[in-house]
Design a protein around this ligand. Structure first.
Ligand code: BES
Ligand code: ZN
Length: 459
């Protein structure tokens, strides 16, 4: 193992430069005009994987391509097989004016590598690729077969991955899946994440007059769609931060004493957090700590709100429509479809008169939870400890990676979540970065993991 770790250390600077090349692709999956950039990015990644000695392929899908890279030419049935999942698509970088530098021109400042996708998720899965490269280049035998599955639609709901898993099930059958696409509280708190929240998205549109109207001529005689939408939304959460949609909490499993204790171990400094987030104070559901609220409780969030005139000055109209983009984070046992149906029913009931309401269901995925004490989890914890040089903790995370449920359903295996992003890495915000020490530790983790995980695989 030492030659592998030495190789990683020795080549670290070069690997950072390679990661910069990867980040330069504006692989924004939510914006159709970037479709070709996603194709180019997938091709670059495939060529890169081939270049480091993997057997790689780009698979076309009706959406963005999927890159598969294997450490083997043919699977040998007597060797354990693990899958590393990641995504090369990135979030929209807007609002651009808040970025300190252009999002697709990577910039290094101290130990931070800035760029859209740096931590979510290019840098995180790149660390695993480099670890495997180190095995291959130093002629060190990898004790298992590894397949990298890097997709391009994670940020928009993984539409085409599920059919891909079904179509390639035989080849992808494995002992477990490794994903580094979550976070850790600090480099002194490496973590095994054993739960993720689920999600369900809805788009609420209130339709009013057939066109924007003069508010002086018609205002007062017709319902204002923006006003109606605000009235609809305002009642969905009470002053104690509780969601008021009937049945919303019905299936939520209360937190056990063990879990509350684990969550309380996660370092948390209120003042630091409020300063970092730029808020006067924290807010959330009464009766729960901030850590519990952001990882283990369901929420209702407005992600975007649009209606009427947004330009300079004033324009006296009654807008024709108003729209809210909403997502709800869910916890284990809550079903996305059921929650969406509750929202639709409730909004219909409380909709003000004089408008037409449209509630469109969007993407969704259930929460995920896995045993933090299984042999696999313990093996992962040993690797974390060796790579980071300190005791790892157990985490529940508030974000969502819906595909891990499909891994369980289609391939029948658990996912080990080993995040490398730090709290100030700004995923989905302006000035996203990846910490280069996290990259370095992540590469070591990627190397140390395979003997540990292999030792747990039953043959
Ligand atoms: N890397 C995140 C997921 C994440 C972030 C999990 C932080 C835990 C902690 C991923 O890229 C992501 O953003 N997922 C989306 C999923 C959605 C589009 C279905 C999310 O959580 O909003
Ligand atoms: Zn993301």
């Amino acid at each position: 193992m030492q030659p592998v770790l030495d190789f990683l250390k020795k080549n670290e600077e070069w690997f950072v430069q390679e990661l910069c090349d990867y980040i330069r692709y504006p692989s924004i999956s939510a914006q159709p005009e970037h479709k070709e950039d996603l194709v180019q990015c997938a091709r670059w990644l495939c060529a890169h994987c081939e270049g480091i000695g993997l057997n790689a392929e780009v698979f076309e899908t009706p959406g963005n391509p999927i890159v598969i890279a294997r450490t083997y030419l043919e699977r040998s049935k007597d060797r354990p097989h693990f899958l590393v999942y990641g995504h090369y698509d990135v979030q929209q970088p807007e609002p651009l004016e808040l970025g300190k530098s252009p999002p697709f021109e990577p910039r290094i400042e101290g130990r931070s590598l800035f760029g859209r996708g740096a931590c979510d998720n290019k840098g995180q899965h790149f660390a695993h690729l480099k670890a495997v490269e180190a095995y291959l280049k130093t002629g060190t035998e990898i004790p298992c077969d590894i397949t990298f599955l890097i997709e391009g639609e994670e940020e928009v709901g993984c539409t085409n991955l599920q059919p891909f898993l079904q179509a390639h099930r035989e080849e992808l059958l494995c002992d477990a899946i490794v994903v580094s696409d979550t976070g850790i509280p600090s480099l002194r708190h490496p973590a095994l994440t054993y739960a993720l929240r689920g999600i369900t998205a809805v788009e609420i549109t209130v339709h009013g007059p057939s066109r924007d109207l003069h508010s002086g001529i018609y205002g007062g005689a017709v319902q204002n769609p923006a006003m109606a939408l605000c009235q609809l939304l305002v009642g969905l959460r009470d002053k104690n931060g509780k969601v008021t949609i009937p049945g919303f909490y019905k299936d939520v499993v209360p937190l056990s004493a063990f879990e509350k204790k684990q969550l309380a171990r996660i370092p948390f400094k209120e003042k630091e957090l409020t300063e970092f987030l730029g808020v006067p104070k924290l807010f959330g559901e009464r009766g729960f700590t901030a850590t519990e609220r952001r990882s283990a409780r369901p929420t209702f969030e407005i992600n975007g709100l649009t209606s009427g005139y947004q330009g300079d000055g004033s324009k006296t109209i009654v807008p024709a429509w108003a729209r809210a983009k909403v997502t709800m984070r869910l916890v284990p046992n809550q079903k996305p479809e059921k929650i969406t149906a509750l929202v639709q029913k409730h909004l219909k009931k409380i909709c003000p008169p004089g408008v037409r309401l449209e509630v469109a269901a969007g993407h969704g995925g259930e929460a995920y939870m896995v045993s933090p004490t299984s042999p696999l989890a313990k093996a992962a914890l040993r690797s974390l400890k060796a790579a980071f040089g300190c005791e790892p903790i157990l985490l529940r995370e508030g974000g969502s990676i819906p595909i891990v449920n499909d891994f369980k359903r289609i391939l029948g295996v658990d996912t080990i979540l080993l995040g490398l992003a730090l709290p100030d890495d700004n995923p989905h915000s302006p000035n996203e970065k990846f910490d280069l020490d996290a990259f370095s530790k992540g590469m070591a983790l990627g190397a140390l993991l395979w003997p540990e995980l292999t030792s747990t695989a039953r043959r």
